[in-house]
Design a protein around this ligand. Structure first.
Ligand SMILES: NC(=O)c1ccc[n+]([C@@H]2O[C@H](COP(=O)([O-])OP(=O)(O)OC[C@H]3O[C@@H](n4cnc5c(N)ncnc54)[C@H](OP(=O)(O)O)[C@@H]3O)[C@@H](O)[C@H]2O)c1
Length: 344
């Protein structure tokens, strides 16, 4: 059923997943479109973002943000149109990006985490990717924590996603050698041929460690960690003295229900970090860098317009298809920034 003006379709968290999420963890309901009160505006959601962090919100394990309650609407960022407003500064017809939105047709907003967009923006969905939270994450993690220098080797996992594509392309702009790690030949070919990476290694290849070593003959100076697991195992022995590791995400672990098998790698990692004086720093983009977002947009918007940073989106049609698309994201089925088109 398409979006209508009197029904608010919402996708709720039906139950908390154990391991990989399934359709049974989600439920779609139909509710009336909410009424605007003083200090609020009603947003009609046109595009919604699907991102790996949502797996964390489905769990009640300790994290940096509160979980979605069971029975609550799944959270997300949306590109939305203001339907009606009793909030100063916003009027019907404005186009906005709302980071505190939901998997639903309509969102009531008090204006927090809302950014105004240009109504004539050619591709509004880019506000959820390269010009939004993931692009901002790649840019800040790389430049502020990674501190890449001309000629250094930068490695990034999940290389064809919205974070990885920005990390790799910005590192190229800054004069680095860039090696991506991605799932499958098609994604690797895209990273090299379309994004300009120097090499890209398939993490499904049993010879991942050897191939990564061959692609990084001078070792690794910056490893932008998106993945963890066997990708990190392959990276670890290649880290140079004074390497920097922006710790952005660990998607290989998000569905895990227990620690990985095999030897405990922690003593090895701690010894390496000490002897090679490696700096590894975790960050949560808006907690660490929220104040930098306007400056990021000033840099990235022209780079995208000029084609200096290329963009790939994986567009899914229809709110009802969001759960399947999200389940696929955690399996690497998306190719590019995953967005759902809810309505025109
Ligand atoms: N710290 C922050 O503030 C922040 C903000 C945004 C995102 N992040 C993190 O950044 C990372 C990338 O996010 P994104 O939005 O750009 O995601 P994305 O690349 O669009 O999607 C996730 C990708 O991860 C890869 N993947 C999934 N399971 C994997 C596994 N077991 N081993 C290796 N790769 C696997 C898949 O790509 P392949 O097919 O190429 O393997 C999948 O397409 C995630 O870890 C996310 O949580 C952190």
């Amino acid at each position: 059923m398409p979006q209508t003006s009197d029904i608010n379709r919402q996708i709720l968290l039906e139950s908390r997943p154990v391991g990989a999420p399934t359709q049974a963890n989600f439920r779609m309901v139909e509710t009336p479109v909410p009424t605007v009160q003083a200090g609020q505006m009603l947003l009609r959601n046109r595009w919604m973002s699907l991102d790996p962090y949502m797996r964390g919100r489905m769990s009640d394990a300790k994290s940096y943000a509160d979980p979605v309650p069971v029975g609550g609407v799944m959270t997300c960022g949306t590109v939305s149109e203001v339907v009606s407003s009793q909030l100063e500064g916003y009027a019907a017809g404005d186009l906005v990006m709302c980071f505190a939105s939901g998997w639903q047709d309509y969102t009531l907003s008090d204006g927090s985490m809302v950014f105004r967009l240009d109504r004539n923006m050619a591709e509004p969905s880019q506000a959820l990717g390269v010009l939004g939270m993931p692009g901002f994450t790649g840019y800040m993690g790389l430049t502020d924590i990674g501190q890449p220098k001309v000629g250094e080797t930068v490695v990034v996992g999940a290389a064809t996603g919205p974070v990885g594509t920005v990390v790799g392309q910005v590192a190229k702009v800054l004069g680095c050698q860039v090696v991506g790690v991605a799932g499958g030949a098609e994604k690797c070919e895209y990273a090299v041929k379309e994004l300009g990476f120097d090499a890209c290694i398939d993490h499904k290849d049993p010879a991942l460690a050897e191939k990564l070593a061959a692609a990084c003959p001078k070792g690794i100076d910056v490893y932008f960690e998106n993945v963890g697991g066997k990708v990190f195992d392959a990276v670890m022995p290649l880290l140079n003295a004074h390497a920097r590791v922006p710790l952005c995400g660990l998607i290989a672990q998000y569905n895990a229900t227990s620690l990985p098998e095999g030897p405990d790698r922690l003593p090895q990692l701690m010894r390496l970090m000490l002897s090679q004086r490696i700096r590894m720093q975790g960050f949560i983009i808006f907690d660490n860098y929220g104040h930098c977002y306007p400056d990021f947009l000033k840099t990235m918007t022209p780079w995208v317009a000029e084609g200096r940073v290329r963009v790939k989106e994986d567009r899914v049609e229809g709110l009802e298809n969001a759960p399947d698309a999200f389940i696929g994201l955690l399996e690497g089925k998306n190719f590019g920034k995953l967005v759902v088109k809810i309505a025109d």
